[in-house]
Ligand binder design. Structure first.
Ligand SMILES: Nc1ncnc2c1ncn2[C@@H]1O[C@H](COP(=O)(O)OP(=O)(O)O)[C@@H](O)[C@H]1O
Ligand SMILES: [Mg+2]
Length: 282
């Protein structure tokens, strides 16, 4: 499988308030994200998740080392447009991402800016709205939609650029549980049916366990990286870093501590319920 995004020895710092010193965010960060995968990125506020996401479509450029997006070096200015088209970004606040007064015009905005011909835009907008399940709302006013619907429109705007990868930076942080589920199902479908690489930055463990791979960041480095099961069984490591684990894992961990023997990797509610039933019967 080919590599969608690769960072090698990535160094990056922001200038401190005093304007003289630099505050390092990453030192020697090496990361590879496979094309077609669905990856969740977890970590404390301030550990560098958004800074990393901005390196994935050349909003920020490395200070040292490199970032390659489908083989293209983000530091190469001539490739900038191509890279921005290849990796779409969705942010936390859906209201900040709306630019037009009608849903379909909003979705058409990015491809129009890319100079895509009109008949092609029509096709792409319709396809994107169908892909996020919002086609029936194409003539609605975006500001009247729910948070989850607005975020799906923002995703449609990205899809209309036909990206190979979507990076979502806490896209569900401002949504209610229903809106969160709408967004999660939408991105899962785009990954599964269109093979779009998905990178989801989130604080919700219930979302992270739905990814194929979880990368946990801590102080600008990768603390642990693997399948959700591989990552979350490391309860002590995560807790020592002050990070949460899924509620299921937490429950099983406490039962184990009290001398009961239960599998820590029963992550979903269903798996956890099964593990508890089996334990109660034994
Ligand atoms: N524009 C900026 N200028 C200076 N420091 C910043 C800027 N953006 C983020 N930082 C700092 O860089 C670190 C990483 O931030 P960020 O990538 O936003 O973390 P996260 O998304 O994981 O919360 C934090 O210490 C934050 O305060
Ligand atoms: Mg952030």
């Amino acid at each position: 499988m080919s590599i969608a995004i690769e960072t090698k020895d990535l160094h990056f710092s922001y200038p401190a308030r005093d304007g003289e010193t630099m505050l390092p965010v990453f030192r020697d960060l090496d990361l590879q994200i496979q094309e077609g995968s669905f990856v969740a990125v977890l970590g404390h506020n301030g550990c560098g998740k958004s800074t990393l996401a901005k390196h994935f479509n050349a909003i920020l450029l490395p200070e040292g080392g490199s970032v390659h997006v489908f083989g293209r070096d983000t530091a190469n200015e001539e490739l900038l447009l191509e890279i921005r088209r290849t990796v779409g970004m969705v942010f936390q606040n859906p209201d900040n991402q709306m630019v037009a007064n009608v849903v379909e015009e909003d979705v058409a905005f990015a491809p129009e800016n890319l100079g895509v011909p009109s008949p092609e835009i029509r096709k792409r907008v319709d396809a994107a709205l169908k892909a996020v399940g919002m086609y029936d709302y194409r003539r609605h006013a975006p500001h009247l939609l729910s948070g989850g619907q607005k975020q799906r429109i923002a995703i449609a705007g990205v899809i209309a650029m036909e990206p190979r990868c979507i990076v979502l930076d806490e896209p569900t942080a401002m949504l209610d549980p229903h809106g969160r589920e709408e967004v999660m199902q939408t991105i899962e479908r785009l990954n599964r049916e269109q093979g779009i690489t998905v990178i989801l930055i989130t604080h919700h463990m219930t979302e992270a366990i739905r990814a194929q791979r979880v990368i946990v960041m801590h102080e600008g480095a990768v603390l642990t990286d693997g399948t959700p099961k591989e990552v979350f069984v490391q309860v002590e490591l995560l807790k020592n870093a002050g990070l949460a684990v899924p509620a299921t894992t937490e429950l099983l961990f406490h039962l184990n501590r009290q001398g009961h023997s239960l599998p820590l990797d029963a992550l979903s509610i269903e798996e956890c319920a099964q593990a508890l039933c089996a334990w109660a019967k034994a």
